[in-house]
Design a binder for this molecule. Structure first.
Ligand code: UDP
Length: 247
């Protein structure tokens, strides 16, 4: 990859230019961060696991009609994607109370929400990714009202499809974060990644609140067995993807 230009290095991925200005190459790293990069470490094999899981989930969502940036996966840790300008919003969808929702509202961990909750956070590490309101989003001129409505509709559709998929894996989709971008024609595409780094995933075979965790909370909360949990998600997502594509 030495001949290609590095455009951007983030906490979990490096993005390279390709000869085609409409196509970028994302390289998934093993580096892991949490709590706004105050906790740092490595999860062995994470780059490959997250790249593969994301590739399967983007293909699955693409087949359902969700527009995504995914093109293909030339190497286990590399994904070719459509070039987009990332919208600086972290779109979080929640089905079950966990994480910052519990900390900020007092809702008990594990409480099922009556309706999926869609939240928008500002993608800005210096400011600690603050929770936004609709009016703050417009005050900051991040998206138009039409685009915001479309983001919410897409986020809820994606939640529906991902819940169905993870249910088939024996996994509960607690919550997850999405990022979107605009391509050259201002078309909205699902971007970034969907992986155990960006979702809370609970093993339905386990009721123990620590044993059931199959996602980055194992790293955030020092629960151990991180690699094994990521591998378990990889295996189940792969089996479900293969089974569904065979039908
Ligand atoms: N999330 C993420 N990146 C972030 C913040 C959150 O991928 O910068 C994901 C996180 O893994 C979880 C969901 O978004 O699946 C909701 O996270 P929450 O707001 O509860 O934040 P946390 O408790 O992790 O601070």
């Amino acid at each position: 990859m030495s001949e290609v230009e590095k455009l951007y290095e983030g906490k979990a991925k490096i993005v390279y230019a390709t000869k085609d200005p409409d196509i970028l190459l994302a390289y998934f790293k093993d580096d892991a961060t949490a709590f706004n990069a105050q906790k740092r470490g490595q999860i062995q094999g994470k780059g490959e696991v997250n790249c593969q899981i994301s590739a399967w989930l983007y293909q699955y969502l693409g087949e359902k009609g969700i527009p995504t940036h995914y093109i293909d996966q030339p190497e286990p840790t590399q994904m070719r994607v459509r070039a987009v300008k990332i919208i600086p919003l972290e779109v979080v969808v929640r089905n079950i109370a966990a994480g910052s929702l519990c900390r900020q509202t007092g809702l008990p961990l594990g409480q099922a929400l009556t309706e999926p909750l869609v939240e928008f956070y500002l993608k800005n590490d210096e400011l600690g990714d603050p929770l936004l309101t609709r009016d703050r989003i417009f005050a900051l001129n991040i998206v138009t009202p039409g685009q915001l409505d479309r983001l919410k509709t897409l986020a809820l559709e994606i939640n529906q499809y991902l819940q169905e998929f993870f249910n088939a894996c024996g996994i509960t989709l607690v919550d997850f974060k999405l990022e979107f971008g605009l391509d050259r024609d201002q078309k909205l595409l699902l971007a970034d990644e969907i992986s155990p780094d960006t979702c809370r995933l609970w093993n339905r075979d386990e009721s123990d609140p620590q044993k059931r965790v199959m996602d980055k909370d194992r790293f955030r909360l020092d629960l151990g067995q991180i690699e094994a949990a990521y591998q378990q998600v990889l295996q189940r997502v792969g089996e479900t993807f293969t089974r569904q594509n065979a039908n």
